[in-house]
Design a protein around this ligand. Structure first.
Ligand code: NAP
Length: 386
């Protein structure tokens, strides 16, 4: 049964981050006159920001910065605590996050831990930082998470082996500096994974119970840009125009989920990331067909543009088949193996995952429809289907 359009709804829209989007911006960092305190604490990953020169450019402008360069993928609570301690000990008074979603998220947690008592795990939940966190300059180097414009930090709680979120409007970065030239060094696999992450975020934003007219507009645009440019950039990694639009689409996807949150696609994907090390964006993409076959039943008219844009026939009686065909066409176009076993996932724990997910009501808060444990199990199973 379809749900009513929510265009007469009341809504609020908070996006306090100043966005500077400029190819080559990092090379001209000194001219931007960004100064949010006396001593910055830089949070970055282990290698990429050194290899592509991003860290060096930041250090040239802020030579007194203290650097924490030990952020892993799917960063842990321990990493956040270590970085938080170093930031406090070195008395830094603002943050610079450089890298993919992982370092940007850690920079947000550190910003909060620097001014609040306790450890990372105490802040999972919503709006739990009491004192204002330190201000953050976020410099994304992947085109996928939009973390530079969201109030979330997604962290692996090693105690429970789950990915959990700190959501706090006080950790929106103060400035997001987006320089698409920084994404030119992304290898094929990460371009694919992060592009699919941005697509998942925008598609999920469209079907979230918290969607509103502004987020819908941005989400549609983001989806179209990814459908258009991801195939081109995967074929031509130095396509600067394509890199520009993919980073822009990722930015839009972040502005969208900052309002709408994510839905079951993300909740399902976490099991494959945590148990089989499937990259975050790939793990989400494995569930796009199983979930959007279901989502389109609730919101057929809203999702129709995807089918039209991907030049698939719209079957009014069976829109679920149309969206499946459209997404399959796109996946073929980007050469994405869309079955879970292609990414090393085994099917012997799916019942366990389904049981665990079904018992976590938080994961269903933005999702239309009722999902029994058997239905969740079917969705996991369908991620193996060709
Ligand atoms: P990532 O985990 O930050 O980085 C993935 C890999 O890409 C790392 O090996 C990294 O190397 C490398 N890399 C980054 N930039 C590069 C560049 N320009 N050139 C070459 N290699 C580069 O990946 P991500 O997909 O951007 O972030 C995923 C994380 O963000 C997940 O934990 C996810 O849950 C979270 N997330 C957060 C939000 C939010 O709103 N806060 C939204 C979506 C997802 P180094 O480690 O050496 O840097």
């Amino acid at each position: 049964m379809s749900v009513k359009s929510n265009y007469l709804q009341e809504f609020q829209y908070l996006m306090p981050t100043k966005i500077i989007f400029k190819p080559g911006a990092l090379s001209e960092l000194s001219t931007l006159k960004i100064q949010m305190g006396k001593k910055p604490f830089v949070v970055t990953g282990k290698y990429s920001s050194k290899m592509n020169g991003a860290l060096e450019k930041v250090m040239e402008v802020f030579p007194n910065a203290v650097v924490f360069d030990d952020v892993e993928e799917n960063p842990s609570t321990e990493t956040c605590d270590r970085a938080g301690q170093l930031c406090r000990d070195s008395q830094c008074d603002w943050l610079i996050g450089i890298g993919g979603g992982s370092p940007l998220d850690v920079s947000k947690v550190v910003a909060g831990l620097a001014t609040n008592e306790g450890k990372c795990e105490h802040y999972f939940g919503r709006d739990l930082f009491y004192n204002p966190p330190l201000p953050i300059l976020a410099i994304p180097t992947t085109a996928g998470t939009g973390s530079e414009v969201t109030p979330y930090a997604v962290i692996t709680n090693t105690r429970s082996n789950t990915k959990q979120t700190i959501a706090d409007s006080k950790i929106f970065p103060e400035i997001a500096l987006l320089d698409p030239t920084l994404t030119l060094t992304l290898p094929h696999r990460i371009t694919l994974s992060t592009g699919l992450d941005a697509l998942s975020q925008s598609m999920e934003g469209l079907v979230s119970k918290k969607a509103n007219p502004v987020s819908d507009c941005l989400a549609q645009e983001s989806c179209k840009l990814i459908f258009k440019w991801l195939p081109k950039v995967l074929a031509q990694p130095n396509d600067m125009e394509g890199r520009y639009w993919l980073l822009y689409a990722s930015l839009l996807s972040g502005i969208v989920i900052a309002q709408t949150g994510t839905t079951l696609v993300h909740a399902l994907g976490y099991y494959y990331t945590l148990n089989y090390n499937v990259p975050h964006g790939i793990a989400n993409a494995l569930f796009l067909i199983p979930m959007f076959k279901r989502n389109i039943v609730f919101l057929p008219e809203k999702l129709r543009f995807i089918i039209d844009f991907l030049e698939e026939e719209y079957d009014r009686e069976h829109p679920e088949m149309s969206i499946k065909k459209a997404l399959l066409r796109f996946f073929k176009n980007i050469d994405f193996p869309h079955t879970a076993d292609s990414w090393g996932v085994l099917d012997n724990q799916l019942k366990l995952f389904a049981k665990h997910l079904s018992s976590d009501s938080y994961r269903f808060r933005n999702q239309y429809g009722e999902f029994s444990m058997d239905e969740i199990y079917s969705i996991f199973r369908e991620s193996f289907e060709t």
